[in-house]
Design a protein around this ligand. Structure first.
Ligand SMILES: NC(=O)c1ccc[n+]([C@@H]2O[C@H](COP(=O)([O-])OP(=O)(O)OC[C@H]3O[C@@H](n4cnc5c(N)ncnc54)[C@H](OP(=O)(O)O)[C@@H]3O)[C@@H](O)[C@H]2O)c1
Length: 265
């Protein structure tokens, strides 16, 4: 049975994706830092029809721990979904350097590390490997209060495009997911400038599409081996996407105006 590894599977999109994959009867590896939550998600996956379900508890901020986890995988997964991520809520001028380092390590460099492990080692032994990155509309254009998160997702998007360009003729698959918004606790766990958590739910997040709906669409698109997946995109996200594509300076002006009016939280 095919094996799917999902990072950040202890809650939110990763948890919902684990249930979508479990319903297809696949084997699963679920990873995150919170062991108790992972065990809860793993048990639900078993109830919903997954094959084997293993959990891997480690911190993606720790490069050594990530390398050890990669070596400890029971076998090479068929599909790896790099989903774990943390957002930000602080102005650049109020943000400690450590916060930028962590946002880059988790949202970008840990994914580079995972990608290198498979593309340079494991993938050479197989013909159907598929790696998926969960990115964000924040990677398309810099969003106020999210400089570290937005630019790390943007770095991931450029890495993803390069991987796509370099590997068109290769025998592995790669997908990039641009996610608009989903009703998870992402803003609750977002980092503030002093490294504390924001611990508030954004009003826009509250109204966004449920993670179960996002997960079903993402899983369906992964199975169809779609390279570019847009999900959870509201009118405001498409507007930013299109304005940025043709008039990037106008996109900055519109975001600046929205920020000054208190519409970006
Ligand atoms: N929700 C949205 O509106 C939205 C919009 C655009 C993009 N996205 C992207 O979607 C992905 C999932 O977000 P979400 O909304 O599901 O967020 P979430 O509910 O906060 O879940 C984040 C997941 O990442 C894991 N994680 C965080 N720090 C980690 C670390 N240092 N090491 C290992 N795992 C870590 C968390 O597990 P532990 O805390 O247990 O480690 C958790 O499972 C992220 O990449 C995010 O950027 C979300």
């Amino acid at each position: 049975m095919s094996l799917v590894w999902i990072t950040g599977a202890s809650r939110g999109i990763g948890e919902a994706l684990a249930y979508a994959v479990a319903s297809s009867g696949y084997d699963l590896i679920l990873s995150a830092r919170n062991k108790e939550s992972l065990e809860r998600v793993a048990n639900t996956c078993r109830e919903r029809g997954a094959g084997s379900v293993d959990i891997l508890v480690f911190d993606l901020l720790d490069q050594e721990a990530t390398a050890t986890a990669l070596k400890s995988l029971p076998r090479c997964p068929d599909i790896v979904v790099c989903n774990a991520g943390v957002s930000q809520r602080s102005r650049i001028a109020d943000t400690k350097m450590q916060v930028f380092i962590e946002l880059y390590r988790l949202n970008y460099l840990s994914i580079v590390q995972i990608s290198l492990h498979f593309l340079q080692q494991e993938v050479r032994k197989r013909k159907d490997f598929h790696i998926v990155y969960i990115s964000s509309i924040a990677g398309i254009h810099g969003i106020p209060l999210r400089a570290g998160y937005s630019s790390a997702k943007s770095a991931l998007d450029r890495f993803s495009e390069t991987l796509q360009a370099e590997s068109e003729d290769d025998f592995f698959w790669h997908s990039n997911v641009v996610l608009g918004a989903s009703k998870t606790n992402i803003s609750f766990h977002a980092l503030q400038g002093d490294h504390t958590k924001y611990e508030k739910q954004d009003p826009a997040q509250e109204k966004a599409v449920l993670p179960g709906i996002v997960a079903k669409k993402v899983w369906k698109s992964i199975r169809k081996k779609k390279k570019h997946i847009f999900v959870g995109m509201e009118f405001r996200h498409w507007l930013l996407y299109w304005v940025h594509s043709f008039f990037p300076r106008l996109a900055t002006r519109l975001l600046s105006r929205a920020y000054r009016k208190g519409k970006v939280t």
